[in-house]
Design a protein around this ligand. Structure first.
Ligand SMILES: *[C@@H]1O[C@H](CO)[C@@H](O)[C@H](O)[C@H]1NC(C)=O
Ligand SMILES: *[C@@H]1O[C@H](CO)[C@@H](O)[C@H](O)[C@H]1NC(C)=O
Ligand SMILES: *[C@@H]1O[C@H](CO)[C@@H](O)[C@H](O)[C@H]1NC(C)=O
Ligand SMILES: *[C@@H]1O[C@H](CO)[C@@H](O)[C@H](O)[C@H]1NC(C)=O
Length: 327
């Protein structure tokens, strides 16, 4: 702990100040973006409009969307992991970035995390329903203007009459067209479609009898009959966020669809409110709650300090190595 490292610590603290970082396990507020810019359907958006949006990366590649719900946890779709849920080391979570390719010069330890645990829903059998998974970050993320959690729908509250719902993601913009440079997050406003109507839509153009349901259990639909706006490949795992009483709630997780933007084939999401109890129980039971959250912040800072120290000796920088693959 030589004098050489003191300026580093000070500059780190200055950055902490600069970003007005707050860290809680559960935020005291959720679903409150700090910006009120106008959004147009299907257009680019700024990250601070959707500060809970995360990119789940397989090594360095954007693979799925995810949503921040706690300083150490994001929620995504179980199908994103395919056979790779047993190896958290190949996954990264990037937050606070408008582009799915993160900025090289950003302080990536503030914005990106390795993954320490992947918990698929115990009844997920390789295909929806129960297409939901919890991902634990290796260390808590700091909340700032561009990184804030979204509210979980309480399993008791019924969410009826949802009129302001948006899907966001870095996925394909058409069935055969990937998102181009600068890979900015897109948002589209979608109306919720009730399960019965959606199931009827999904039978249009098939010989399947109506008594064999295609949309059932925890599947929730949103979109247009004519398919004019839709989620697509690469949006999977991302949020369907709805504003209720002035707060944004994570109502759905992008799960599947039949192609993208096709008529009578709206996007299908996992209905999060059916899983709120599982989410809370799982997080509560895997968080070491004996350590008060303020202490966690101090310990984390201490850890950064320790890992920053070797810089002056030209040695290996741990926090840098953590974010390295993401640039
Ligand atoms: C649903 O929301 C709309 C628009 O906010 C409102 O005009 C309408 O009265 C609401 N209906 C119910 C049943 O709450
Ligand atoms: C929104 O506000 C209404 C009226 O105050 C209340 O009945 C309802 O439970 C609230 N919904 C949520 C999700 O908090
Ligand atoms: C989602 O599940 C809840 C039950 O928790 C239900 O009340 C609601 O209608 C479902 N949403 C849709 C759009 O099917
Ligand atoms: C989990 O912890 C949160 C925050 O302390 C609390 O609000 C919630 O009721 C807990 N849920 C369960 C299922 O233990």
């Amino acid at each position: 702990m030589g004098w050489v490292s003191l300026p580093l610590l000070l500059s780190l603290l200055w950055r902490v100040q600069e970003h007005s970082i707050q860290a809680y396990e559960w935020a005291t507020v959720c679903g409150q973006p700090q910006t009120h810019e106008r959004i147009l359907g299907g257009q680019d958006t700024t990250q601070s409009q959707w500060p809970w949006q995360a990119s789940l990366k397989y090594k360095t590649h954007h693979w799925c969307g995810a949503s921040l719900i706690h300083s150490s946890w994001v929620l995504t779709a179980a199908h994103c992991f395919q056979d790779l849920a047993d190896d958290p080391s190949v996954w990264r979570v990037q937050l606070g970035s408008q582009s799915s390719k993160s900025h090289k010069l950003s302080f990536s330890f503030l914005h990106a995390r390795r993954v320490s645990r992947i918990i698929l829903h115990p009844y997920y059998l390789g295909w929806p329903p129960k297409d939901i998974a919890l991902v634990k970050l290796q260390s808590p993320i700091f909340f700032m203007r561009s990184i804030l959690p979204i509210c979980l729908p309480s399993s008791i509250n019924e969410f009826k009459n949802l009129t302001n719902c948006w899907v966001t993601g870095w996925g394909k913009i058409k069935e055969n067209q990937v998102l181009g440079k600068p890979w900015y997050l897109k948002a589209a406003k979608l109306p919720i479609i009730d399960q019965e109507t959606c199931d009827k839509y999904y039978h249009v153009g098939t010989t399947l009898p109506l008594f064999i349901a295609r949309i059932y259990d925890d599947m929730l639909c949103a979109g247009f009959e004519d398919g004019s706006k839709d989620a697509c490949q690469g949006d999977s795992g991302g949020p369907l966020a709805c504003e209720v009483n002035g707060s944004w709630h994570l109502i759905g997780i992008v799960s599947w669809g039949d192609g993208c933007g096709r008529p009578f084939r709206p996007s299908v999401f996992t209905n999060v409110s059916l899983h709120t109890d599982w989410i809370l129980t799982t997080i509560n039971s895997s968080t070491f709650s004996l350590i008060p959250s303020k202490l966690v912040v101090l310990l984390t800072l201490q850890l950064y300090y320790v890992s920053l120290e070797p810089i002056s000796q030209g040695a290996y920088l741990r926090s840098d190595q953590c974010g390295h693959d993401l640039s």
